[in-house]
Design a protein around this ligand. Structure first.
Ligand SMILES: Nc1ncnc2c1ncn2[C@@H]1O[C@H](COP(=O)(O)OP(=O)(O)OP(=O)(O)O)[C@@H](O)[C@H]1O
Ligand SMILES: [Mg+2]
Length: 315
């Protein structure tokens, strides 16, 4: 068991008159882990993160970071944590290298030109060091934000929705960077509303909804515990294939992502063999047939009853 870095007990934050932004949550984060708080808009993620960063006071509950109660004294902790706030925007007229220099001054850290360059290299911004920040792409601005959050070599890093609004390449670049940060031994608290991001990056995931944690565990645990089925994929079978299965009374649906593949959930392991035989011998045109386990996306749907796209719950 790794050492506990964050311990949260029965934490609540209420806003008058009746908003329960965080409603009695508890969790722990082990050293060197990526912990992901996953949830739709308004779930209470930023409120939780900002309490842990010492920026908001909780209504009740207890938070220990590195074994210290954060309400008693945050000043000693501040040097050991890094923060990337939600929707971070660097100052328009500072160049990346100037922004790093400015940030280190806020922390009272002396930094050499060489160290500034190394900090920019680490996040892949060295080539862009002399460009005004307003001209950086969305992904580059987040990378600069991460570089700034790392200036004090934090042991615990808070990243509040670092990839929201980025294109797929921007997201993948940041995933690689977050993994590198973890490999260097930093514990990461990551909020997101992207299920694939949590599944790919996190050691532990807490699914948050309406101020409460409704499920927690590693992505594998969550799928094992809350997944309902194994999925048989009929690749390229399309709506005509779906129609044929429906005529045979088989429960199936089109894959949302492309509407080309037909998905058949098989709930009992013992039924898999006969279902595969039925499907393989049917006269449906398809490119391939294979099984896959459910993903966090399916788990979320099973738990919340709706899908989530860009943080918005879909009917
Ligand atoms: N200062 C505030 N005063 C009143 N209500 C607030 C305040 N800050 C947040 N809330 C409410 O608390 C709830 C949780 O908000 P929070 O920002 O923590 O959610 P979130 O999970 O970070 O959402 P998002 O994905 O949109 O960033 C929301 O209903 C929000 O409107
Ligand atoms: Mg938020």
């Amino acid at each position: 068991m790794s050492e506990t870095v964050v311990e949260v007990r029965d934490l609540s934050k209420y806003y008058p008159p009746d908003v329960k932004a965080v409603d009695g949550i508890s969790f722990t984060i082990g050293a060197g882990q990526i912990f992901s708080m996953l949830g739709p808009n308004g779930a209470g993620k930023t409120t939780t993160v900002e309490i842990l960063e010492g920026l908001r006071n909780p209504t009740s509950g207890e938070v220990m970071i590195f074994g210290q109660n954060i309400l008693k004294d945050y000043s000693k902790l501040r040097k050991r944590v890094g923060i990337l706030p939600q929707n971070f925007e660097p100052f328009d007229l500072l160049k990346p290298w100037e922004a790093i220099q400015y940030w280190t001054q806020l922390y009272d850290i002396r930094i050499t030109k060489k160290e500034i360059n190394r900090a920019l290299e680490r996040v892949g911004l060295f080539e862009r060091r002399n460009i005004h920040s307003k001209k950086l792409s969305g992904g580059e601005k987040r990378k600069l934000g991460i570089a700034l959050s790392l200036v004090n070599n934090p042991e615990l890093l808070f990243l509040d929705e670092p990839t929201t609004g980025l294109d797929p390449k921007g997201r993948r670049d940041l995933w690689a960077l977050i993994n590198e940060i973890k490999e260097k031994g930093t514990t990461v608290f990551l909020t997101t509303h992207y299920l694939d991001e949590a599944e790919r990056l996190a050691d532990d995931v807490s699914i948050m909804h309406k101020g409460k944690i409704i499920a927690e565990g590693s992505p594998d645990n969550l799928v094992e515990k809350y997944g309902k089925a194994t999925i048989v994929v009929l690749e390229g079978a399309g709506s005509s294939g779906l129609q044929k299965l429906k005529e045979k009374g088989i429960d199936a649906h089109l894959d949302d992502a492309d509407e080309r593949d037909v998905l058949v959930p098989v709930r009992k392991h013992s039924e898999m063999k006969s279902m595969m035989c039925t499907l393989a011998s049917s006269d449906i045109n398809m490119a391939d047939i294979y099984t896959r386990r459910e993903t966090l996306e399916d788990v979320f749907l099973n738990l919340v009853g709706s899908k989530m796209e860009d943080g918005v719950l879909k009917e």
